[in-house]
Design a protein around this ligand. Structure first.
Ligand SMILES: Cc1cc2nc3c(=O)[nH]c(=O)nc-3n(C[C@H](O)[C@H](O)[C@H](O)COP(=O)(O)O)c2cc1C
Length: 221
């Protein structure tokens, strides 16, 4: 597949057929994804291929309240779990519990569930001393996660990156045997797509690009 087509057309897939994905295919996906860049080429990612039915179910149970909270916060119009507090907002809806989510209710039959962790001891967190939440460290592990989706696409698979297990890390970490000084960064679901979305909706270049400074004139419109 053409690289640009892959970049432009790898949408989130959340519904999978019953067709299984064998271990060789999973290994090939990871074998291609590992060529992702990382700070100092330290490759801080760790992956657990979660097959055990009980672990999967407990993962889903830990993620469900996070999803409930996410949906309830979204309904207020705020970005859920943002570190920048809105001027004010009203919780017009409370987390009702068990907001439908097919990935979680159907976790037993998702062909592939990957838990991805990052070894914090090998990440240079360039913005750690700025008095705000650091973000640069993610750049050493999320390109890998994205490569997993691209490599999966090359195998005819689809999938989605999720982060809700991270909010529940006090539960999901021990459940997955997360090593000391590691952070859970993503749970990636993969399988044969019921439908592969290819026409994605994204903002145009001119809406997020400016010349010289972020307050400069629009670039690339
Ligand atoms: C960091 C991150 C977290 C995400 N978390 C979730 C999630 O918890 N649940 C979910 O269904 N999709 C999740 N997604 C998928 C996004 O919703 C998806 O990439 C976005 O809506 C664009 O969808 P599209 O590629 O199909 O256009 C996440 C994606 C990223 C990159």
């Amino acid at each position: 597949m053409d690289l640009v087509d892959g970049i432009r057309g790898t949408g989130a897939v959340r519904a999978f057929t019953d067709e299984p994905v064998d271990d060789h295919t999973i290994t090939r996906v990871l074998d291609n994804a590992r060529f992702a860049p990382s700070g100092g080429n330290r490759q801080p990612w760790r992956v657990a291929v979660v097959k055990d039915a009980t672990i999967r179910q407990q993962l889903a149970s830990a993620m469900q309240p996070v999803w409930d909270e996410y949906v309830a916060l979204s309904a207020t119009g705020v970005t859920p779990f943002s570190v920048v507090p809105p001027a004010s907002y009203e919780m017009t809806s409370t987390a009702p519990g068990n907001t439908p989510n097919l990935l979680l209710s159907g976790i037993a039959s998702v062909p592939v569930v990957l838990a991805v962790a990052a070894d914090l001891s090998s990440i240079a967190m360039m913005d750690k001393d700025l008095g705000r939440v650091p973000i640069t460290g993610g750049a050493s592990v999320y390109p890998f996660c994205w490569n997993v989706l691209l490599a999966a696409r090359a195998e005819g698979l689809g999938g989605v990156i999720t982060t809700f297990a991270s909010r529940a890390e006090p539960v999901t970490g021990p459940l997955l045997g997360l090593p000391e000084n590691h952070a859970l960064v993503a749970t990636i679901f993969l399988g044969h797509p019921v439908k592969q979305p290819t026409r994605l909706t994204r903002k145009p270049v001119g809406s997020f690009t400016t010349l010289d400074r972020f307050d400069g004139p629009t670039f690339g419109a």
